[in-house]
Design a protein around this ligand. Structure first.
Ligand code: BG6
Length: 447
């Protein structure tokens, strides 16, 4: 069992309650991790009240919670009320500089620099201390660089673990594994065989109670700049002979740097932005709480891009993501030249489909594996950077996305509307249909 001291900043927040504590509990219950947890937030709560609140949330978010093992897990949690703006408050952490310390920043990025400075004052940036940073890491290239400039005053790159929870999903890791273990797939995985690639991340969820945050972000920043470009880079990297963390990062970075920049003509022709409107009893985006009535934030984006590498040049990659879609689906399609396709449905079911001409589609159900947050926390505790993004990757992704954001800010491109509960605006279908292609529908239909 791995031992660690986990300092969780933002311990009363939604992400902590919904994802991080459940992941820590699962790792503890499966005897993989023995964490001592300092749960840090500003609210002036005593330990007992915090634990009561936490247990209520755990009952909501952890299916079949076992009271006994939950009780054991909670014995090692201590709540500390710390105001991130008050350096003296951090002294409470001074005596908690235990070996293998991991500090999880589940707080808004505007507090990162201040928290780093105050942690450093109590010695919590010593070599060996690791920090885990949640997205969003910036809202454009410049802010991403600014955040890093502040953090890197206190922490070396090898102490920083940037979470993109899609990289923790077994199904996403398998994008490399599948090819590595099956050279036959590697032989199909290139511009000679592939007509085009599709990546869809569709959610039935709306903005829920995150309106305040979401309205400043939108689908391009919230999903495409990170999760989708990370998946794209895992699809587009060549099969690595020696897939260590460094080689993988370099290969992903080279994919991100080879994305063909979009110009004004391309924004209009190749990028669709849209927002959901009310339909069938579902609210429209601008009727959701904390969303201004005039909001121009996109909840859907579809675009076509090209990876200008020797492996993929000329092959279109179509990406789409949206909230309040007709169903939830994470899907990758490699459509082959002359017909047929390899389809990976990553969520909600994890299946691999092979469509060959002349025979019914073949389908295999695969194992989803460990929870993504559990996996990533364990890897960070172990000190394995392979499943985390490097600063260079983030900057390359922002550099590609930035011109789109600028064109949208200047309202040079229309904002379309789609009915809540649909599959996006017609123009997103036209993007493929005008080129004789279409978005793939899962074999069993949308669920
Ligand atoms: C998060 C986004 O990063 O990913 C959310 O901020 C989104 O808006 C979520 O709902 C989707 O993650 P998953 O694992 O449910 O596909």
């Amino acid at each position: 069992m791995l031992e660690c001291h986990l300092i969780l900043l933002g311990a009363t927040g939604d992400l902590a309650m919904r994802k991080i504590f459940p992941a820590l509990y699962l790792a503890h219950q499966s005897k993989l991790l023995a964490p001592i947890i300092s749960a840090v937030a500003r609210s002036k709560l005593d330990n007992e009240t915090f634990q009561d609140n936490l247990t209520k949330k755990a009952q909501e978010y952890i299916p079949n919670l076992d009271p006994q093992s939950w009780g054991l897990f909670c014995q090692n949690i201590r709540y500390l009320s710390i105001d991130l703006t008050q350096p003296d408050d951090f002294k409470q952490l001074q005596h908690r500089t235990l070996p293998n310390t991991l500090i999880y920043f589940s707080i808004a990025p505007e507090f990162f620099a201040m928290a780093c400075a105050h942690l450093a004052q109590v010695g919590l940036n010593a070599p060996g201390v690791k920090i885990v940073l949640e997205k969003p890491l910036g809202s454009d290239l410049q802010s991403c660089k600014d955040i890093y400039a502040q953090i890197s005053k206190y922490y070396q790159e090898d102490q920083i673990y940037r979470i993109d929870h899609y990289l923790g999903k077994q199904s996403v890791q398998n994008l490399l594994e599948l090819r590595a273990k099956n050279p036959i797939l590697g032989a199909l995985w290139n511009k000679e065989q592939v007509d085009h690639v599709q990546i869809s991340v569709l959610e039935t969820l709306g903005v829920e109670n995150r309106g305040g945050f979401y309205d400043t972000a939108g689908a391009l920043r919230d999903m495409l700049q990170n999760h989708m470009l990370q998946m794209l880079s895992l699809i587009a990297v060549p099969t690595l002979k020696n897939p260590n963390a460094q080689a993988l990062r370099d290969a992903k970075l080279s994919v991100l740097k080879s994305l063909k920049p979009l110009d004004f003509q391309a924004f209009v022709k190749q990028v669709v932005r849209a927002q959901y409107g009310s339909s069938d009893g579902l609210k429209g985006y601008t009727q959701e709480s904390n969303i201004p009535a005039q909001s121009q934030t996109e909840t859907f984006v579809a675009l076509k891009l090209e990876v200008q590498s020797s492996m993929w040049a000329g092959v279109p990659f179509y990406l789409r993501t949206g909230k309040r879609m007709g169903s939830s689906l994470v899907q990758i399609v490699l459509a082959f030249k002359g017909g047929g396709a390899l389809i990976l449905n990553l969520q909600p079911q994890y299946t691999l489909e092979l469509n060959l001409k002349g025979v019914p589609p073949l389908q295999a159900h695969l194992d989803q594996g460990m929870d993504a947050y559990e996996k990533l926390i364990l890897e960070a505790v172990r000190g394995n950077p392979a499943l985390f993004s490097h600063q260079d990757e983030l900057e390359a992704a922002w550099a590609w996305v930035d011109p789109i954001l600028k064109a949208w800010e200047q309202n040079q491109v229309p904002l379309f509307t789609y009915p809540a509960g649909s599959f996006g605006p017609k123009v997103a279908f036209d993007l493929l249909e005008s080129e004789g292609r279409s978005w793939h529908t899962p074999k069993d239909g949308y669920v």
